[in-house]
Design a protein around this ligand. Structure first.
Ligand code: HEC
Ligand code: HEC
Ligand code: HEC
Ligand code: HEC
Length: 147
C-alpha cells in the first residue's frame, strides 16, 4: 500500500518535470537546425542546414512568417506556444509531379510547404535586391545529391 502511494507521488513529480521540460524547450531552440524530415522513405536531396537564430534575430523575420496554427483561416500561433514539426501537419511525402497533385494534397505536401516558405521568401528578396545572400538554387540549400 505504502509503496503504491510512493509510486504515485513519484509519478506526479516526474510529470511536473516532463511538462516543465517541454515549456523550457520552447525557448531553447538550437541556433542551427538540420532539416531532415522523417516522413520520407528515401530522401532525394541532402538535408538542409537552416540558421534558425540568424533568421529570427539578424534577419528580423517574425516567428509567424514560418510558424502557424490556423483557426477559422487565421493564424492563432503566438510566441511561446508549442511548435510542432512541419511534417506533423504537412504530411504528404510526394516529391514528384507536385504541380499535378490535387489542391488539397498540395496544401498537405511537405516539400511544397518548405519550398513555398523558404524559396518563396528568398525569391521575393532576390527580386528586390539581386545581391541578396538568400539562396534560391537547389545546390545552395541541398549541397549534396542525396542523404
Ligand atoms: C532555400 C532553400 C531551398 C532551396 C533553394 C531548395 N530547397 Fe528543396 N528543400 C528545402 C527544405 C528545407 C526541404 C525539407 C527537407 C526535409 O523535409 O527533409 C526541402 C525538400 C526537398 C525535397 C524533398 C525531400 C527530399 O530530400 O527528397 C526535394 C526532392 C527537394 N527539396 C528538391 C529541391 C530542388 C530540385 C531544388 C531546386 C529546384 C530545391 N529543392 C531548392 C530547402 C530548399
Ligand atoms: C524563417 C522561418 C522561421 C522563423 C522566422 C522562425 N522559425 Fe522556428 N523553426 C523553423 C523551422 C523550419 C523549424 C524546424 C521545423 C521542423 O523541423 O519541422 C523551427 C523550429 C522551431 C522550434 C522547435 C525546435 C526544436 O528543436 O524542437 C521552436 C520552439 C521554434 N522554431 C520557435 C521559434 C520562435 C519563438 C521564433 C521567433 C522568435 C521562430 N521559431 C522563428 C522556422 C522558423
Ligand atoms: C498545426 C499544423 C501545421 C503546422 C505544424 C504547420 N503547418 Fe503550414 N499550414 C497548415 C494549414 C492548416 C495551412 C493552410 C492550408 C490552407 O490554405 O487551407 C498551412 C499553410 C502553409 C503554407 C501556405 C500554403 C502553401 O503551400 O503555399 C505554407 C508555405 C506552410 N504552411 C508551410 C509550413 C512550414 C514551413 C511549417 C513548419 C515550419 C508549417 N507549415 C507547419 C498547417 C500547419
Ligand atoms: C520571410 C523570409 C525568409 C524565409 C521564410 C526564409 N528565409 Fe532564409 N533568408 C532570408 C534572409 C533575409 C536571408 C539573408 C539574406 C542576406 O543576408 O542577404 C536568408 C538567408 C538564408 C541562407 C543563407 C545565409 C544563412 O543564414 O545561412 C540560407 C541557407 C537560408 N536563408 C535558408 C532558409 C531555409 C532553409 C528556410 C526555410 C526553412 C528559409 N531560409 C526561410 C529570409 C527568409
Amino acid at each position: 500500500m505504502e509503496s503504491k502511494k510512493g509510486f504515485l507521488v513519484m509519478l506526479a513529480i516526474s510529470l511536473v518535470f516532463v511538462t516543465w521540460g517541454i515549456v523550457v524547450k520552447a525557448g531553447d531552440v538550437p541556433d542551427v537546425i538540420t532539416i531532415k524530415s522523417s516522413i520520407y522513405e528515401k530522401h532525394r536531396k541532402s538535408p538542409v542546414e537552416f540558421t534558425h537564430k540568424k533568421h529570427a534575430e539578424d534577419y528580423k523575420i517574425a516567428c509567424t512568417e514560418c510558424h502557424h496554427v490556423y483557426k477559422d483561416g487565421k493564424n492563432v500561433w503566438k510566441e511561446g506556444d508549442p511548435v510542432q514539426k512541419c511534417e506533423e501537419c504537412h504530411n504528404d511525402p510526394t516529391t514528384k509531379g507536385l504541380k499535378k497533385l490535387p489542391p488539397e494534397q498540395q496544401k498537405r505536401n511537405l516539400e511544397l510547404a518548405f519550398h513555398n516558405n523558404c524559396v518563396g521568401c528568398h525569391k521575393k528578396l532576390k527580386k528586390e535586391n539581386k545581391d541578396t545572400k538568400a539562396p534560391t538554387t537547389c545546390k545552395q540549400c541541398h549541397p549534396k545529391k542525396k542523404k
